[in-house]
Design a protein around this ligand. Structure first.
Ligand SMILES: [Zn+2]
Length: 368
């Protein structure tokens, strides 16, 4: 954690923010830059110091290194984390903060992208867990005709929420005659989800969480795609299967993931049963889940009673609980963080919801 605040007069920029400059890397010594005065803005602090990189001639300011770079309301970002993880839906947050719902949508996406980078950077180099549980968390996007699964992985020893991927699914379960016909019509229009999606996406999740491991115990329910997804992984796997019909008590071997499922439903407005705030787009939902993941791992105690350690503390990644403000204190540059392939797609907004027609991507050049 950096101690000097970026607005402090002692603060020095650590590297050139231009990703194309050779001084963008932390490791390049002797970076030539100079101070070039100030600019003023409405939000406090009003005077912001400016700098110039003498190598690439790009000018920047201390704000360039803040997560709230280019935002008119820099106070919103840290508040969004606690509000969105406290179960509030976007419009409720907008009313509460006196901003428009589109501001909340936009800033939530920025916060989600920041959280993808934050988690990936913090767990970089972490020794791989030895005993994990995976599970599918079911939700839907746009309407109940478009269900999808988030595949979650959690470390059983520390409760650390390790990673997630997602898969679109075909609507199943009890349906009326009308619903069956409507499903066919929609599938003609937008295509049917890949029937092998679960296997592929769980495999992608396992590739992320088993990286660097020699052996690992993976607990799961009896989903028939899981054994296929585990084939070909470069580490020795012991697969422990527990029927999904088993009672979900503390003695259930899948306790840790059942708890995480409950916690996600309890904390995110979009995943509560019978909600009217369901996700409209899977990509945005993944960004919100990334916010939840960081909050769960770094801010929140592992157990609410008789525990004063966050999952990140228990995993040895951090020596105290962080606040939301600390998490968004410093801007993270995607050019400096290695994101897993699927997470890079979430970052760029590339996971499409075909029924929406228009799927905006994240292509801003200077903003994060
Ligand atoms: Zn430069």
């Amino acid at each position: 954690m950096h101690i000097t605040h970026i607005h402090h007069t002692d603060w020095q920029p650590p590297f050139c923010p231009n990703p194309n400059c050779r001084y963008h890397s932390h490791l390049q010594p002797g970076w030539p830059y100079k101070r070039i005065g100030y600019y003023t803005r409405r939000a406090t602090p009003n005077r912001i110091r400016r700098f110039l990189c003498m190598a690439c001639r790009r000018s920047f300011s201390c704000q360039t290194f803040a997560a709230e770079y280019w935002l008119k309301r820099p106070d919103i970002l840290p508040q969004l984390m606690t509000k969105t993880c406290g179960g509030m839906a976007n419009r409720q947050i907008a009313r509460d903060l006196h901003v428009s719902p589109s501001t909340v949508d936009r800033q939530l996406q920025r916060l989600g992208r920041h959280c993808l980078l934050f988690h990936a950077r913090q767990v970089d180099g972490m020794s791989s867990p030895s005993d994990i549980t995976i599970d599918g968390f079911e939700s839907f996007e746009l309407s109940q005709y478009y269900p999808f699964h988030f595949h979650l992985a959690v470390d059983n020893d520390t409760g650390l929420f390790l990673s997630f991927t997602d898969s679109p699914l075909r609507r199943k379960g009890r349906m009326t005659g009308y619903q069956k016909r409507r499903r066919l019509e929609l599938e003609d229009l937008h295509g049917r989800p890949d029937p092998k999606a679960v296997r592929k996406d769980v495999q992608e999740l396992l590739e992320i969480v088993t990286e660097g491991a020699e052996r690992m115990t993976i607990r799961s329910d009896d989903h028939r795609s899981y054994p296929h997804a585990m084939r070909g992984l470069p580490c020795e796997i012991t697969h422990l299967v527990t029927s999904s019909k088993e009672r979900r008590t503390r003695s259930n071997p899948l306790f840790e993931i059942n708890l995480l499922d409950l916690f996600i439903r309890h904390s995110s407005g979009g995943h509560m049963r019978e909600t009217i705030a369901w996700p409209k787009r899977r990509n945005a939902s993944a960004l919100r889940l990334a916010i939840f993941l960081v909050w769960r791992n770094w801010v929140n105690w592992r157990w609410q009673k008789r525990c004063r350690g966050t999952p990140a503390m228990l995993a040895g990644l951090c020596d105290r609980a962080l606040t939301a403000a600390e998490i968004v204190r410093r801007r993270l540059f995607p050019s400096q963080v290695d994101l897993p392939r699927r997470w890079a797609e979430y970052y760029r907004g590339e996971v499409e919801t075909p029924a929406l027609g228009v799927n905006l991507r994240h292509e801003l050049k200077y903003a994060m």
